[in-house]
Design a protein around this ligand. Sequence first.
Ligand code: PLP
Length: 361
Amino acid sequence: MEITVQHTDKSRISEINFDKLEFGRVFSDHMLEMVYRDGKWSDPVIKPYGPISFEPSLHALHYGQSVFEGMKAYYSDENTINLFRLEDHHRRLNNSARRLSMPEISEEAFIRGLEELMKTDYKWVPKKYGHALYLRPFMFASEQYIAAKAAAEYRYYVITSPVAAYYSEGFNPVKLTTTENYVRAVRGGTGEAKAAGNYGGSFLPARNAQTKGYTQVLWLDAIEQKYVEEVGTMNIFFLIGDKLITPHLGGTVLPGITRRSVIAIAKEWGVEVEERRISIDEVFDAHKSGVLKEVFGAGTAAVISPVGLIHHKGDTITLNQNEIGPFAKKMFDRVTGIQYGKLEDKFGWTHPVAVGSEVLQ
Ligand SMILES: *Cc1c(COP(=O)(O)O)cnc(C)c1O
């Protein structure tokens, strides 16, 4: 496999205010592209970030064969860019692709592609602690053909976007509400894939929740509307007594890589972890009897996101006086410490890419 790099002749980096980054709004100079045609993928090409053009018959727009990943690259003090749990992201991308009847990509293309892209755009990785370069690998059906069957042509891209620390002004606990009107995923559906359409379907319920003053929807299972599944773009954890409880995956919950990391670290600390069904009633009862200590979300964007309030059918519980709990804070410090290379990576999760030390920001 050979990776071709076509450098831009005009970097946009001097136009970017790295002290004022809005999530997902600005993109670095280059992107990676691969084309799947006649049953095989081309070698990756890194080229200047910019428009791609298709006819209106672009298959993905009509039938939603579109999957993605979300990960971050962190600048370490050692002049490396640390990528986190790359093999897991690769595996999950392929699982998502398989569910949507799309081709898989090789681990070599995924990993070497990202390494090369980091070497090309390393100056775009914010150096400030807490900031990062958000990486968005994605794949979609690129055939210009509107028959309702799996396409024969696909594109894989990686675009990257510098992002600020999620909690630049301190931890801000989220307010969650359940909803009786909508569900996110059913067993056998696409809920465990990182499929674009899952998000399309979640925006209306999310907006309804936001107009009522909540940050996000706390999804319950689709069949009984009884068991907790996850939050918008995060998995969820409950610290009840001394046990850490998180919904089991079961085909409807997105298998988060932050979730897996939290479970591994908690176990290493000797905390008992239960992956099982947990009903919303159990959560409210635990609160009533005073054993619900903390609730927090886990996902790449925020890493750990404390939950300050949960609303369900007219009842509301509040947690930790709207502050991050000690367990969530300790977990946040440990995960981010490993990601930035400040703490020992005894799990072997980080993948350092050696880059130059020139500072442009
Ligand atoms: C991506 C995602 C998560 C979190 O996964 P991470 O790998 O931890 O970022 C959780 N839920 C949904 C629906 C997601 O799309």
